[in-house]
Write a protein that binds this ligand. Structure first.
Ligand code: KG4
Ligand code: ZN
Length: 356
């Protein structure tokens, strides 16, 4: 009694996540239902299928979270829910359920921006202060931004085509990595990371640095995807591989594409650091936060760490399960807004306008 508890709900893509955080920022409980394996079998996310699974799991996931914390809805001060961006059919399930709970128990809703939550959750476990630079790399996004405050994000650059995780997933699928038992349950990006550690001659595959001559902070991954798939195609023809067979150079190709992706990420992050320097956007402490599913990649993270060491930046990364989609980051972002009295919505019509 007297304390506040924020319940967070996340359904923007293929994870049904929920968590409760108290006003001291302590995680009281969390639950997640991942659709990952099913979508892996389907060769990608089918939005209708994702929606059906969110619908089936949202109630149990939220109930489990409350039970684990030994709390009821009466103990909850506000419901934070991801409003955007994401798959429309997925987002609507979390939104509707949050509204239903809010009406039934007379609680306010705190709308959350999925990418902001990815960035801010770094502050839950690490001493990260405003302003800080953030690199968000996932299956749906790639962006660089300066986080000035809980509600103030300055976008420096983003992907002009696809996201790095999306490319990893597509390449892993075309390379048939899933047929290797060791990788069968892993995301494309994770499988490529492990395969790359077994490479012996990654330099046999050449890949150009995307946007090498552009001085902005935008990204492009289409070129890397195309050259990887062309290399793959050439090797498959050369070895006349059949149905489920991998090319013998699979590890080298994975390493080459991971290294090329990393070079591009580093190049753009370095641009962003220079931009922040010139425009005095990062003052006092120089901090880089890396988050999103692709941030789980240790090769990418360690390379960024070297860049940060050289540039005098501290680097922070949430633990892997907070890098990928989860309910904790939504609850945390809800608490950050609650503390500053930002976006506490009691009128549900106002919420619909924000979601549009
Ligand atoms: O943040 P996330 O869970 O969902 C989105 O919002 O997209 O990120 C999922 C993405 C997938 O594309 C997956 O292949 C990638 O993160 N990923 C990785 C690794 N683990 C997950 N990419 C590279 N290396 C990893 N270890
Ligand atoms: Zn995400």
């Amino acid at each position: 009694p007297g304390t506040c508890n924020i319940l967070g709900i996340e359904t923007s893509c293929d994870d049904t996540g929920c968590a409760i955080i108290n006003d001291r920022g302590e995680l009281l409980s969390e639950a997640i239902h991942s659709q990952h394996l099913l979508h892996l079998r389907n060769g990608g996310i089918i939005p209708d299928v994702a929606q059906d699974l969110h619908r089936a799991n949202i109630e149990p996931v939220v109930s489990q979270t409350l039970e684990k914390a030994q709390l009821s809805m009466e103990d909850i001060s506000a419901i934070a829910v991801t409003l955007k961006p994401g798959l429309a059919l997925s987002l609507v399930v979390g939104m509707k359920y949050a509204k239903h709970l809010a009406r039934q128990h007379n609680k306010p809703i705190i709308p959350i921006h999925h990418m902001e939550a990815h960035a801010l959750v770094a502050r839950m476990q690490h001493d990260v202060t405003f302003p800080f630079l953030v690199l968000l790399i996932s299956g749906g996004h790639c962006l660089l931004a300066v986080v000035q405050d809980v509600n103030s994000f300055q976008l420096l650059g983003e992907s002009m085509d696809c996201a790095p995780g999306e490319v990893f997933d597509k390449v892993a699928r075309r390379m048939k990595l899933r047929n290797v038992p060791e990788y069968s349950k892993l995301s494309g990006g994770h499988a490529i990371e492990i395969a790359a550690t077994k490479a012996t001659n990654p330099d046999m595959f050449k890949m150009a640095l995307p946007l090498a001559d552009y001085k902005d902070c935008n990204f492009s991954f289409n070129g890397l995807k195309t050259s990887t798939l062309l290399h793959l195609h050439r090797k498959e023809k050369e070895h006349q591989t059949v149905a489920d067979q991998l090319i013998p150079e699979a590890n080298d190709l994975c390493a080459a594409m991971l290294m090329a992706t990393t070079r591009h990420l580093l190049h753009r992050t370095q641009r962003a650091m220079q931009f922040c320097e010139i425009n005095k956007l990062i003052v006092n402490r120089k901090q880089l936060v890396v988050s999103g599913g692709v941030a789980c990649n240790n090769y990418i993270f360690n390379s960024l760490k070297i860049l940060c060491d050289e540039a005098g930046y501290e680097i922070f990364r949430p633990v892997p399960k907070l890098c990928t989609d989860n309910g904790v980051m939504v609850a945390w972002n809800g608490l950050e807004k609650w503390r500053q009295n930002i976006d506490i919505i009691t009128n549900m019509n106002a919420l619909d306008i924000q979601a549009a």
